[in-house]
Design a protein around this ligand. Structure first.
Ligand code: GDP
Length: 179
C-alpha cells in the first residue's frame, strides 16, 4: 500500500490555457477519476495532491494546480505559476484559437520564470480527443509548436479519461529524469 511509503519528491504542476479548453475537467478527472464534478467551487481549494509511483519505486506527490477562471491578464497567474516544476499548456483540439493563444500563455510563463532562473518543464496537451472528428488543429501543427518551444507532447480526453493518468505520469518522469 503506497500510503505507507514515504514521499521521495513533491512536484508542483500548474495547468494553464484558454477558458473552456478543459483545464478544470482535466484536473478533476485526474483528482477524482470522474468528469464534470465541480470540486473546486464546492471545496474552495486551489490544488490537490496525488501520489504516484514512478519506475525505480520513486514515490512522488504531485501538487496539481488549476488556475480556474484566471485569464491571460489575470493578476493571480504569477502566484499560481511561482515555483512550478511543470506547466501543462492545455488547448481544445476542436478550437483553433485555444491552440494559437498558447503562444501568449508561453509568454507569461517565460516572464514569470525569467527571474526565477530555471524554466519549468512545459507540456503541450491537446484535450478532447474524444471529439477527433471535429479536430481543427492538425497534428503537424501541434508537433511543430511543441518542438519549437521545447515542450513535451500529449493528447488526452478529460471526458473519457483517455491518456490522462499517462500524461501526468510521463510529465513527472520527465521532470525527474526517470525514463
Ligand atoms: P476550463 O475553462 O479550461 O476549466 O474548461 P472546463 O473544464 O470547464 O471545460 C469546458 C467545457 O468543455 C465543459 O463543457 C466540459 O464539459 C467540456 N470538456 C472538457 N474536457 C472535455 C473533453 O475531453 N471532451 C469533451 N467532449 N468535452 C470536454
Amino acid at each position: 500500500d503506497s500510503e505507507d511509503e514515504s514521499i521521495d519528491k513533491q512536484l508542483k504542476i500548474v495547468i494553464i490555457g484558454d477558458g473552456a479548453s478543459g483545464k478544470t475537467s482535466l484536473t478533476t478527472r485526474y483528482a477524482q477519476e470522474q468528469f464534470g464534478k465541480q470540486y473546486k467551487q464546492t471545496v474552495g481549494i486551489d490544488f490537490f495532491l496525488r501520489r504516484i509511483v514512478l519506475p525505480g519505486n520513486v514515490n512522488v506527490a504531485l501538487q496539481v494546480w488549476d488556475i480556474g477562471g484566471q485569464t491571460l491578464g489575470g493578476g493571480m497567474l504569477d502566484k499560481y505559476l511561482y515555483g512550478a516544476h511543470g506547466v501543462l499548456l492545455v488547448y481544445d483540439i476542436t478550437n483553433y484559437s485555444s491552440f494559437e493563444n498558447l503562444e501568449d500563455w508561453l509568454v507569461v510563463v517565460r516572464r514569470v520564470f525569467e527571474n526565477e532562473g530555471k524554466m519549468p518543464h512545459r507540456a503541450l496537451v491537446g484535450n478532447k480527443v474524444d471529439l477527433e472528428h471535429m479536430r481543427t488543429v492538425k497534428l503537424d501543427k501541434h508537433q511543430k509548436f511543441a518542438q519549437e518551444n521545447g515542450m513535451s507532447s500529449h493528447f488526452v480526453s478529460a471526458k473519457t479519461g483517455d491518456s490522462v493518468n499517462l500524461c501526468f505520469q510521463k510529465i513527472a518522469a520527465e521532470i525527474l529524469g526517470i525514463t
